[in-house]
Design a protein around this ligand. Sequence first.
Ligand code: ATP
Ligand code: PAU
Length: 380
Amino acid sequence: MDPTQISHLALDIGGTLVKLVYFSANGDYNEESRSNGCSVVKGRLCFAKFETRKIDDCLEFIRFNILQHSGVQHSNGAVHDDYLSVKATGGGAFKFADLFKEKLGILFDKEDEMHSLVGGVNFLLKTVPREAFTYLDGQKEFVEIDHNDLYPYLLVNIGSGVSMIKVDGDGKYERISGTSLGGGTFLGLGKLLTKCKSFDELLELSHHGNNRVIDMLVGDIYGGTDYSKIGLSSTAIASSFGKAISDGKELEDYQPEDVARSLLRMISNNIGQIAYLNALRFGLKRIFFGGFFIRGLEYTMDTISVAVHFWSRGEAKAMFLRHEGFLGALGAFTSYETHSQNDSKPHHHTAQRAILNCSGDDNLRHINDSETIEYSISLV
Ligand SMILES: Nc1ncnc2c1ncn2[C@@H]1O[C@H](COP(=O)(O)OP(=O)(O)OP(=O)(O)O)[C@@H](O)[C@H]1O
Ligand SMILES: CC(C)(CO)[C@@H](O)C(=O)NCCC(=O)O
């Protein structure tokens, strides 16, 4: 492989997190020659994430783990005379372009954020087995995806903010809605209300909390009974955080665990409901939820699934993705493939095989919490 090309890295730089997808060749290099003159390098797609506010950590990671291993870096930290071009998406592809150029000699080849999200989901659904699943009543069920019956679907990406995209085919999509009440709202309000320091701490708190302490339930209003005439059980939330109106308590009087739980429920419920309404607008039956807010958390997925199920009376289905947080980065990564078919650069990416590897491999311990994907790159 030409050492000066690092087409095997793509970034998605969002409002809260930077996501990286990069190709790592198998240890023995494993390059096979094909009769058509191209050779295939086998390896795997790896994933990493950093907080956007700690962008320097990301720069260091790329410098030491990716540039050095590709042999593109001189010992003084400077790169070759030529800048290196790397696919990048998300708002940070604009915001941090100068920084990456100056610090790493990397030029961003920008890919549109929505286009990348859709590309990432389509890649996963078409190539990676057991990628999509439903989650209801504590049961996770993998969904077989029929490639001939994939479209249309609604993609709801829950990042700092939320984008809702109707997908009709490869590269055929429209952003139909969004809401600013997203993962950033959960984390931002959560930090203010519970004094927790991180997303993980907030999730941990929410795990031990009881939302009924703060949420006003239908039963609280109806003297313990259901309002069955309009289909509301006594345990349904009538008003998120509503009990705080009349409890006569200050914030300090509530347990942070309960506040975190109510907040998580409120944000997840709201997104589930808006997603359902948009699915209804366009007659979409399948809704895929992505973005790092979900983090495979059962309570979040259950709340979203129940909201979609409840509002659609079982007509629409909420589905989740194992690589939920890396959709944009994967879309940017796979765009090397489509864009370089006719150029002479020696780095066509082709998903020859994409098999999910469950992490546990010692070499991958430094790589956050995601799972690698077996992948091959065609060199011509
Ligand atoms: N380790 C973490 N640190 C901070 N936030 C996290 C973490 N893990 C999950 N999250 C949640 O994920 C959200 C960010 O998700 P994601 O990375 O998909 O969005 P983004 O790309 O940063 O945002 P946007 O697309 O709106 O620019 C955060 O707002 C937070 O709710
Ligand atoms: C602005 C983006 C697209 C940046 O990723 C995202 O944060 C978002 O979709 N926010 C919601 C904006 C809105 O539609 O109200």
